[in-house]
Design a protein around this ligand. Structure first.
Ligand SMILES: [Zn+2]
Length: 392
């Protein structure tokens, strides 16, 4: 927790992350004189953010009253992927009270996609998940102007450029909204409730349809001037490599991403190098990254090699980032994290071999703990932060 955040924000975050706390302990933890704390609590009770929760166990002397976040608080967390919508409604402690997920094509445009988000949220309301929302947090698969709450020139989201996502959601739900990049919200989720819990300097690498990196430095997400910091999928790793969707050649994600791996897998199935993939191609008419993962588990040499090649390329890029930023952890997430320990072992070996020894002396490279929930979890954290900020 940052000590320069306003008192009410620190207080509300503490209740969010730890549940009911006694007034006496709150005073100690926030180093707050009792009269000022009591005045602040009364103000937050009147605003509907905080509620009393009975008496604490005795610490000797008078028993202190417990306080908690108002049980009525509700935040909406939305994770928009290239081909999916995930929506959760969570309580003040960020525990899900309703969750919906479905396939959707982000290229359908903002009107169609956001209307569907609103329909899902309306359904949650009808189902009794909330009476009113206190904030909405959204992640989108492209660069975002965090300050303006809208996507900026997103390559895989035609029609979304500068579409006022935050404004539309604020108007629809009558509460503050916040918009961020999908990889950033995954990093935020993993730091709040996952493997990077309370780690201040780490990289969250999403390997899925594309490849991106959430950058946490000194306890804050680093978004860059234009909101596209961490777009590592378009770092060139092979000047003679294949054409990338961005128009350049040999980008990391043109060589290793969901689409690139499926293409390589299809080639390995056809040219006879992989029996496991040939079998699956014959049975299903297509092969995917998941088939490669399954083939590798069965010991298929070509599948294992495909994953190793990908891991080596990702590791090469990460080695540069480690020397540059000196993080204390690297978290690997996204759909291709299902390639599991073979991918992880290869990334580790390249990062450890190629980065500065001082920077890798104690550098865990680990898989995401929240998996597919990382995005909504982070969107919920962002939503609660923006709501708490407004309680002034
Ligand atoms: Zn590219």
């Amino acid at each position: 927790m940052r000590t320069d955040d306003p008192l009410h924000v620190r207080l509300l975050r503490l209740l969010r992350d730890e549940g009911a706390v006694s007034r006496a302990e709150l005073g100690d933890r926030l180093q707050m004189p009792r009269p000022r704390l009591l005045a602040e609590l009364e103000r937050l009770v009147n605003l509907g953010y905080v509620a009393e929760a009975g008496l604490a166990a005795s610490r000797g002397g008078r028993r202190s009253t417990l306080v908690e976040l108002n049980p009525r608080l509700r935040f909406a967390a939305v994770d928009l992927g290239a081909s999916s919508i995930d929506v959760e409604v969570v309580n003040g402690r960020l525990e899900p009270v309703a969750a919906y997920g479905e396939a959707a094509d982000i290229r359908s445009g903002p009107k169609v996609i956001l209307q569907r988000v609103n329909e899902l949220l309306h359904k949650a309301k009808v189902d009794g998940a909330y009476e009113r929302l206190d904030a909405v947090g959204v992640g989108v698969p492209g660069p975002v102007s965090f300050r303006d709450g809208l996507p900026v020139s997103p390559p895989i989201m035609p029609g979304w450029d500068r579409f006022p996502v935050r404004e539309l959601l604020t108007r629809e739900h009558g509460c503050p909204a916040v918009v961020d990049n999908d990889v950033n919200i995954m990093a935020i989720g993993e730091r709040h409730g996952g493997v990077a819990h309370s780690v201040d300097d780490f990289l969250f690498v999403k390997i899925g349809t594309g490849i991106g990196c959430g950058i946490y430095l000194s306890g804050e997400v680093y978004r860059g001037t234009d909101g596209c910091a961490g777009d590592i999928g378009h770092i060139q790793v092979d000047s003679h490599g294949p054409m990338c969707s961005c128009g350049n050649v040999g980008c990391l994600e043109a060589l290793f991403s969901g689409a690139a791996l499926a293409k390589d897998a299809a080639a390995a199935a056809r040219n006879g190098t992989s029996a496991a993939l040939a079998e699956r191609l014959a049975a299903n008419g297509t092969v995917t990254a998941l088939d490669v993962a399954e083939g590798a588990v069965e010991g298929d040499v070509a599948c294992i090699q495909l994953i190793r090649d990908g891991g080596r390329r990702v590791g090469g890029v990460l080695a540069g980032l480690v020397s540059f930023a000196n993080p204390s952890m690297i978290v690997i997430g996204g759909g291709l994290a299902q390639l599991g320990h073979i991918l992880l072992a290869e990334i580790r070996s390249v990062v450890y071999r190629r980065s500065l020894p001082l920077a890798t002396g104690n550098l865990p490279v680990v898989l995401s703990e929240l998996g597919p929930r990382a995005g909504v979890a982070g969107a919920a954290v962002l939503a609660s932060d923006v709501a708490f900020g407004e309680a002034s």
